[in-house]
Design a binder for this molecule. Structure first.
Ligand code: SF4
Length: 357
């Protein structure tokens, strides 16, 4: 049987597996504790059970992966899916912790004009197994326990709320105490701002941290750079954000990529501060990350500082998010399946050759 025809174990809840008691805990320990994705290596399980599991399930949602390392220590992973399509994840180690940015789609239908992913169009939604599988594969390649990855962001390719059923399922597996046991406070979902879906998440959970890609405080500018803005006015997005905050008690992050001469005017900083008054919010200013064909330029450092100061002066918590992995094409808005920029910085792996994937 091909791997594609097998049930993808990483997309299932522990309760859905045909095992109980300590055998189930052993299996979960191998997969989520030790990152082993080859049933034949799970030597504490009886050989007959390993054979049954291998005949019924797969832990290989990818046909291969390529890793591109950036000089700042972050790594971009390009996954080839079983149907030949590709998607990406970015691993960012920091002192004392690390963050994994995963994709929810191949490409993205939202088509934001400043984003390389948006420019490549939409391929398809990822399954929950393909989302959780990104974490297992990265942990395996990094030689760390999947359960040691405590911070995850849905900020890679795709608009997660347009793939809500699979993203919700993946998130619940990430949070499941017998699977990865992550804290919902450390899992962030980044959305371009789809009010009805935010309300659905608010009503039914999981109550992840929410980051809203606002990028402009006025409708004309937002509609110019974000096509979905035509259907979803800022007032509706902020109203949904407010409802989400009321339901979850969580601070909302607002992402703001600064585009020179487009959304970085003083009056836009003032209007943004006005809009966010009353919300427990934090603004992340993102210097535009370059990609071939981008129609926009980054705001100058002085302009960025001025924008930040105006927000701070008006009482808005604000910081600058300098993206990791720029030279590897791994920074925010750069993900577009580009090949490795330098032959010596890419490490090719294949599912066939790696016991971890
Ligand atoms: S910024 Fe996000 S929502 Fe917009 S096109 Fe890029 S990946 Fe899609």
């Amino acid at each position: 049987m091909s791997a594609a025809a097998l049930r993808q174990l990483a997309g299932l809840f522990p309760e859905e597996l045909p095992l109980g008691g300590y055998r189930l805990e052993q299996l979960l320990g191998w997969v989520y504790g030790r990152g082993v994705t080859d049933f034949s290596q799970m030597h504490t399980l009886p050989a007959s059970l390993r054979g049954e599991l291998a005949a019924a399930f797969s832990l290989q949602p990818f046909a291969g992966l390529q890793r591109v390392d950036a000089e700042d220590g972050s790594s971009r992973y390009l996954f080839t899916l079983l149907d030949g399509q590709r998607t990406e994840a970015v691993y960012m180690p920091y002192a004392g912790h690390s963050t994994l940015c995963v994709s929810s789609m191949v490409g993205c239908p939202a088509a934001c004009r400043f984003c390389a992913t948006g420019a490549m169009g939409f391929g398809r939604n990822l399954s929950a197994a393909e989302v959780v599988g990104q974490l297992l594969a990265v942990a395996g390649d990094q030689g760390i326990s999947p359960r040691s990855l405590r911070n995850l962001v849905f900020m890679g390719m795709g608009e997660p709320l347009l793939n809500l059923a699979q993203v919700r399922r993946a998130a619940e597996i990430l949070l499941h105490p017998r699977a990865l046991g992550m804290s919902a406070r450390r899992v962030t979902l980044s959305t371009v701002g789809l009010p009805a879906k935010i309300l659905a998440l608010s009503a039914s959970g999981p109550h992840l941290r929410l980051a809203i890609s606002l990028h402009a405080p006025d409708e004309p500018t937002r509609q110019r750079i974000i096509p979905t803005a035509h259907a979803h006015p800022i007032a509706e997005i902020l109203s949904a954000a407010s409802a989400y905050q009321e339901a979850t008690g969580r601070r909302i992050s607002f992402e703001y990529s600064l585009l020179r001469g487009v959304n970085d005017h003083d009056w836009q900083a003032d209007l943004l501060a006005e809009l966010l008054r009353g919300l427990i919010a934090h603004v992340n200013l993102i210097p535009l990350n370059p990609w071939p064909g981008s129609p926009y330029r980054a705001t100058s450092e002085a302009g960025l500082q001025r924008f930040l100061d105006r927000l701070a002066l008006r009482g808005i918590p604000v910081s600058v998010r300098r993206s990791r992995g720029r030279e590897a094409g791994a920074a925010c808005g750069q993900l577009a399946l580009a090949a490795a920029p330098r032959a010596d910085s890419a490490r090719g792996l294949s599912a066939q050759n790696s016991s971890r994937l």
